[in-house]
Design a protein around this ligand. Structure first.
Ligand code: CP3
Length: 344
């Protein structure tokens, strides 16, 4: 395994500055991505390994980030479980979400060969990625994937059918969560075998249920996926957005790093989470939509003290970039992180 700023930082080693990358860095803000999208659909970009590799590496070239994240989607797992998903302008849409079915989980059957094109893409990326940059693999954490499978889209922001299913028919919910977890483990371990440097679990919707319920019902699945990846010697970053004080449950036996969302204070998180667990985050990405470097610098400066004293920290936004963010601001943040004297 090659040594990079990211891999050293993931091990907790002191480096001169934190590494920087962004969730959703490939799509949405890059002019080069938007240009490719005029020619290809999102699905084409995801399914052609050469194109996937090209898009994965665009942010490294255009923004200068220290890590590339595999260009794919968390919904490849429902697809490999036999569900039909359309990626539309209004987000993903499932043909037959589980909420419309009488027998919720029984018709899901895994076909992991549907994921093979992703491993091919990883092989290509590894031949092209620069020596100082690392590739991050990912999958959705079980609850977020479950929410989309039951609801079929994000039109209902509360995902109430998914939550009702957990309360009303826990047995059926568990059956689905088990299937997601088993396939996610196979998928994640294969990503590890094809040479990712780190793995992130995206739990975007952790905040939709009470944190106690999340910890009791979902965290054991998260731990199973994370452990399988860590057995391959690949560090795991776990991003449970909106989990609030539940983040105190992220101990070293769950994950190596915790992603902190923009709602939480990163220095508070540092006090509350096991010191051996590194942190990633958490600039409010809405700042990237404001056309003012003054405001941006003012907010960035707030991270300086934190970064001086915390070596196990990766700079990122508190959630994914959005199409409203300005490319120049995103680039400015990368340059700022790289040129700042962190006083280490
Ligand atoms: O830089 C990257 O974008 C990395 C690849 C990536 C995508 N999706 C590509 C994508 C990653 C890591 C994801 C994760 C993902 N996908 C999550 C979890 C993280 C998060 O952002 O909350 C979720 C919930 C999804 C499901 C999904 N896919 C949604 C809700 C949408 C529509 C809204 C959106 O995020 O843009 C998608 C489509 C999607 N996934 C796009 C991209 C680049 C937009 C496709 C396009 O129109 O070009």
């Amino acid at each position: 395994m090659k040594h990079t700023l990211l891999t050293d930082t993931l091990k907790g080693e002191k480096r001169e500055r934190p590494p920087v990358w962004f969730m959703r860095q490939a799509g949405r803000v890059l002019p080069s991505y938007l240009k490719l999208r005029e020619q290809y659909s999102f699905r084409q970009l995801m399914h052609d390994p050469e194109l996937t590799a090209e898009v994965t590496l665009l942010p490294v070239h255009d923004l200068g980030v220290d890590a590339a994240i595999l260009f794919s989607d968390i919904l490849v797992i429902p697809e490999a479980l036999g569900m039909k998903v359309h990626f539309t302008d209004k987000g993903p849409r499932f043909d037959s979400p589980l909420k419309s079915l009488k027998t919720v989980g029984s018709n899901l059957s895994a076909d992991s060969s549907k994921l093979n094109h992703i491993f091919k893409a990883i092989d290509i990326i590894n031949t092209k990625i620069s020596p100082e940059c690392s590739l991050i693999g990912f999958c959705g954490a079980p609850f977020t994937t479950f929410c989309y499978m039951v609801e079929g889209s994000s039109a209902n922001h509360e995902f109430s059918n998914a939550i009702n299913l957990i309360y009303q028919n826990k047995k059926a919910a568990i059956e689905v969560l088990e299937k997601i977890t088993e396939l996610s483990i196979e998928y994640a371990v294969n990503q590890a075998k094809h040479g990712i440097a780190a793995f992130q679990l995206f739990e975007t919707h952790a905040g939709l249920i009470p944190s106690e319920l999340y910890i009791e019902l979902i965290l054991p699945y998260v731990r199973r996926i994370a452990s399988a990846v860590r057995e391959q010697n690949i560090p795991v970053i776990y991003f449970p957005k909106g989990l609030g004080l539940g983040i105190t449950h992220i101990t070293k036996n769950i994950a190596d790093y915790a992603g902190i969302d923009w709602q939480y204070s990163i220095s508070e998180a540092r006090k509350q989470i096991d010191a051996n667990v590194g942190l990633q985050g958490n600039l409010d990405m809405r700042l990237l939509s404001i056309d003012s470097k003054e405001i941006l610098i003012r907010e960035l400066e707030k991270f300086k003290n934190f970064g001086k004293n915390n070596f196990n920290w990766i700079f990122n936004t508190g959630h994914g970039l959005s199409p409203n963010n300005l490319f120049n601001n995103v680039k400015f943040v990368v340059d700022w992180v790289k040129s700042t004297d962190w006083g280490r």
